[in-house]
Design a protein around this ligand. Structure first.
Ligand SMILES: NC(=O)C[C@H](N)C(=O)O
Length: 487
């Protein structure tokens, strides 16, 4: 399995052309999609055109960037000019954005080759990609299981080598949890590091875009390309972006300088013993690589899920008000007045989970309930953030499982929304606090399903997360195992 760096070398040494690399990815997509369903649109013509542009540059002797000619998948909730962007919703089934998101523009400028738009839970609401209005995505390690969600299409596509890397969005775990279920690396950066301009909004105070890759180095290279200040996003941070690849060293020496804290509250109730064992072993491994390990407490960690499921639906109920059948998107036919047009459009355009969240959010924000629910949830959010701040006075990086279990069977949780919400138990607090988090493969269960280790960093310390994740990855062979997908 070649890395981005290796592919780049092959390109500049003219051992392979960008068109050849792209064709290979497209052939694999064609062979695997009937089983996997990770893409909602495959953009073969555009991809080949982009690849030809890269080859022309190489032929002309021009310098090309590290991502030039690299096949990439984009979650279908990021606007791509002239290319259908559906959010896996009937509401946007035929929506073709008139503008480009900042992230995809940056990738285009870097010469990356977009092979398609990946599947997701409708408007990124879900933890299994089963809430897509169009198709479910299979887990490449076991086709009867889910890839996680909501960025399940991106995670599965990368795990199955349909593309080299992919982009996802993470509101409560939507990058890290599917990365864990599919055995790949996934990072949610610090809130504000990557521009949200052109990302279809779900919960604006939590949404963040980040990379999926089969190695920590590839993830670092991809984040490098998409991070940075953007005046088009009012929450974008005006900060220098460090060279993340400089953090990639094989150990954590000098010994004892890097302190890792195990979050006490993430163990125990609800955590699968096989996940617990793998994560504990991974932390031992980090110790042997030179880290100093402590046990720390974040007492309000488990209040993350209840607080998130008030805040995120509240923001969603406001953000999704724009889908009214007038401005753009789907409009139901045969309404005889305006109110009935709104009602019919929204009743048939949105799926069950989206409607559930709009109702929860509207209720939580309504006069008389605002203080009891929304305000209270915001207060809990502050307490969770304070717990992290206190923990980070003792340690540099926090460690815990990414998800309480490995990938579950398709259909297992679709009738029980609460049990679906709990799959993000370990990831949600990180979004509430705006911190960076990464999931890195740390083992397999007895069914051969991947397990993820989550590392959580201080604000803007993605470099430290890459450092720890890379040192760990290089001392194991989990990332070298690949799912047996027969093409
Ligand atoms: N969007 C996310 O980050 C995942 C979370 N499971 C949600 O449904 O909100």
């Amino acid at each position: 399995m070649a890395s981005i760096r290796e592919l780049h070398k092959q390109l500049i040494n003219k051992e392979r052309s960008a068109v050849e690399i792209t064709q290979e990815a497209l052939e694999r997509i064609q062979a695997l999609e009937p089983k996997l369903h990770s893409f909602l649109s495959v953009t073969a013509d555009i991809a080949l055109q982009q690849a030809q542009n890269v080859d022309a540059k190489i032929a002309a002797g021009d310098e090309i960037g590290i991502l030039a000619g690299i096949p990439i998948g984009i979650k279908d909730n990021m606007c791509t000019k002239g290319i259908r962007t559906t959010c896996a919703s009937k509401m946007l089934e035929n929506f073709v954005p008139p503008y480009e998101s900042t992230v995809t523009q940056k990738l285009l400028d870097a010469g990356a080759v977009m092979v398609g738009k990946t599947n997701l839970d409708e408007f990124a609401m879900g933890g299994s990609t089963e809430n897509s209005a169009f198709q479910g995505t299979a887990n490449p390690w076991d086709l009867s299981r889910v890839p996680g969600g909501s960025s399940g299409g991106s995670a599965a596509a990368v795990a199955a080598e349909e593309c080299q890397v992919a982009i996802g969005s993470d509101t409560g775990g939507s990058i890290r949890q599917p990365a864990s279920f599919c055995g790949v690396v996934g990072m949610k950066p610090t809130y504000g590091l990557v521009s949200r301009y052109g990302l279809v909004a779900f919960a604006s105070s939590l949404d963040q875009i980040g990379p999926f890759a089969r190695s920590v180095e590839d993830a670092a290279i991809l984040l490098q390309a998409i991070a940075g200040y953007d005046p088009k996003d009012s929450t974008s941070l005006k900060v220098e972006i460090p060279d993340y690849t400089l953090s990639l060293k094989p150990d954590l020496k000098p010994r004892g300088k890097l302190r890792i804290g195990i979050i006490k509250e993430t163990f125990g109730d609800g955590l699968d013993s096989v996940v617990e064992q793998a994560v504990t072993k991974a932390i031992d491994q980090l110790q042997s690589l030179g880290a100093e390990v402590h046990i720390v407490s974040c007492p309000r960690f488990r209040s993350g899920v209840p607080s998130y499921y008030v805040i995120a639906p509240s923001e969603a109920s406001a953000n999704l008000a724009r889908y009214d059948g007038v401005k753009y998107g789907f409009r139901a036919a045969d309404a005889d007045n305006l109110i009935s047009m709104y009602t019919r459009t929204r009743s048939s355009g949105f799926g069950a989970e989206v409607k559930r969240r709009i109702m929860i959010g509207t209720y939580a924000l309504s006069a008389g309930y605002y203080d009891a629910y929304y305000l209270k949830a915001q207060k809990v959010r502050t307490l969770i953030k304070q717990d992290f701040e206190a923990a980070f006075e003792q340690v540099d990086v926090l460690a815990c499982p990414t998800a309480p279990t490995t990938a579950f069977k398709a259909g297992e949780k679709t009738t029980d929304p609460l049990s679906m919400y709990l799959v993000d138990l370990m990831t949600i607090p990180v979004n509430l606090a705006g911190l960076p988090g990464i999931s890195v493969p740390c083992g397999f269960d007895s069914d051969g399903l991947p397990i993820g280790l989550q590392l959580i960093g201080k604000v803007l310390r993605e470099d430290q997360l890459f450092q720890v994740a890379y040192a760990y990855e290089q001392s194991t062979d989990w990332h070298l195992r690949t799912p047996q997908m027969n093409t």
